[in-house]
Design a protein around this ligand. Structure first.
Ligand code: ZN
Length: 152
């Protein structure tokens, strides 16, 4: 009787272990399934991120132009050195694997470009306050965008 009970318990235990192993396998598979970038995607993101960083490094120059109320050069700067920002950020955003991240990053790409358009308009109107406000909004959205860039 005792022997029989033991073998039943062993059987139940074996089933429980097998089942939970199966479940954790399934969870692990689900977690890792779509999260891989191809070599081409990594290259695309890295190139765009490098160019974006070069623009980011020049942002203090734009701050100085606004500070000096140098409106002509402010506009030149937005159309020149920062002219490709929309295309670089949207390239990165569209390459992200996670659809939700993709959507949020694309939205930030639009936001950043929109704030630069506002600075351009502020420069046209010689509106220092509006330019400054949009400058800080640009940096804020840019910081958030950077969190979405996959680290190599
Ligand atoms: Zn914004």
């Amino acid at each position: 009787m005792v022997t029989k009970l033991r073998s039943v318990l062993a059987f139940v235990l074996a089933v429980v272990i097998a089942f939970s192993a199966h479940v954790s396998d399934a969870v692990a598979a689900k977690k890792r399934a779509p999260q891989t970038y191809s070599a081409d995607q990594i290259q695309l993101i890295q190139n765009a991120a490098t160019e974006l960083q070069a623009m980011r490094d020049r942002m203090p120059e734009l701050a100085k132009l606004i500070e000096d109320e140098n409106w002509v050069f402010t506009r030149n700067f937005i159309h020149g050195p920062l002219g490709e920002i929309r295309s670089k950020t949207s390239t990165i955003a569209r390459t992200l694997l996670d659809k939700k991240d993709q959507k949020e990053a694309l939205n930030l790409s639009k936001e950043i470009a929109g704030h630069l358009v506002s600075i351009d308009q502020a420069a046209g109107d010689k509106n220092y306050k509006f330019a400054l406000r949009n400058y800080s909004e640009t940096l804020k959205d840019w910081n958030t965008f950077e969190d979405f860039i996959p680290k190599p």
